[in-house]
Design a protein around this ligand. Structure first.
Ligand code: CUA
Length: 333
């Protein structure tokens, strides 16, 4: 086989293998691959539409430009000419220049038009869910290093938010300390939680299930552990949980204390492999001292952020009652 033919065959094999690898990456399931998670809400579906249109357009441009580059490298290679030989001088090509100016303008205008059409539906309630009643409004408070949720009936949750499926949910997002970013990829895009500013985010879960998320903005040493989950339930299941949880939290029989400890304290003071940045709390006499512990939670100390700043008495009391069990030094996680 002549060397030229052999080189061409080799190049063809390399390109074909690369193509196969890329297709595998593109089609691989969650969490790998080019495909975003979900979508499991109409809002996330609109974001994904924009994503795929942009991938298609930019992918086509990439293949066209890189293909032309490779073609020209092969077609116009040296072929043994002298290094000092000059090529023909060409002055202007008005038609060509107009074409390569107009095409990008048209492409950018098409992308802008498509995005502007999709945009209004990305952060608003889904029309399909309007029949299910008014939106459920949940306050989302970003803190170092957990998410606190407060429902209209007073129910408090930490890190896990329960919502009814097929119903519009409106989140009121803020932060008490530094910038965080609320992000449940399958349901919505990222939205910043900023101290002193209130942001609103809408989503509508298409199905029952648990959707994982992660704080999307670096907010300190425990940022990677600032996770969140939304659990969408059938409406009747949600309603029965919602009313029974409200009653349990009002009379102090709920697991709010444990939930707060696991979501807030254990991130740094975990007893097992998880956490461990802060000291082990077992046997610490402060756990018995209501006033000292309250001051510590509300103001922080040294490396410890003011994790309990702005908590309601309900949440504070639930935590204080729960952590007493660790003050004897024998408790476990
Ligand atoms: Cu909160 Cu990163």
């Amino acid at each position: 086989m002549p060397s030229r033919v052999r080189r061409r065959a080799l190049a063809l094999v390399v390109v074909a293998l690369l193509g196969l690898v890329l297709v595998q990456v593109a089609l691989a399931g969650d969490p790998a691959g080019l495909s975003p998670r979900g979508p499991d809400s109409p809002q996330a579906a609109k974001i994904e539409d924009i994503y795929w249109v942009l991938i298609a357009i930019t992918g086509a441009i990439f293949i066209l430009v890189e293909g032309a580059l490779i073609l020209f490298i092969i077609r116009f290679r040296n072929r043994g000419r002298s290094k000092t030989a000059e090529g023909p001088e060409i002055h202007g090509a008005t038609r060509l220049e107009l074409i390569w100016t107009a095409i990008p303008v048209v492409i950018l205008a098409a992308i802008a038009a498509f995005v502007l059409v999709k945009l209004p539906g990305i952060n608003s309630g889904a029309d399909s869910a309007k029949a299910a009643g008014p939106p459920l409004v949940v306050k989302v408070q970003g803190r170092q290093f957990y998410w606190n949720f407060v429902y209209p009936n007073g129910v408090i949750q930490v890190e896990r938010m329960r919502v009814p499926e097929h119903r519009n949910v409106k989140l009121i997002i803020n932060s008490e300390d530094v910038n965080h970013s609320w992000w449940i990829p399958a349901l919505q895009g990222k939205f910043d939680a900023i101290p002193g500013k209130t942001n609103h985010l809408w989503f509508t879960a298409d199905r029952a299930g648990t959707f994982q998320g992660q704080c999307g903005e670096f907010c300190g040493y425990e940022h990677p552990h600032m996770t969140a989950a939304i659990q969408a339930l059938p409406n009747s299941d949600f309603q029965s949980w919602y009313t029974s949880e409200a009653a349990a939290q009002a009379n102090g029989t709920s697991d709010l204390g444990k939930m707060t400890f696991d979501g807030v304290c254990a991130t740094c003071h975990g007893f097992k492999a998880q956490g461990g940045y802060g000291p082990d709390l077992r046997g610490n006499p402060v756990l018995q001292q209501r006033d000292a512990l309250t001051t510590l939670l509300e103001n922080g100390r040294n490396q410890m952020p003011a994790v309990g700043k702005g908590w309601s008495d309900r949440q504070l009391n639930a935590l204080l009652a729960y952590v007493k069990r660790f003050s004897g030094g024998t408790g476990g996680g």
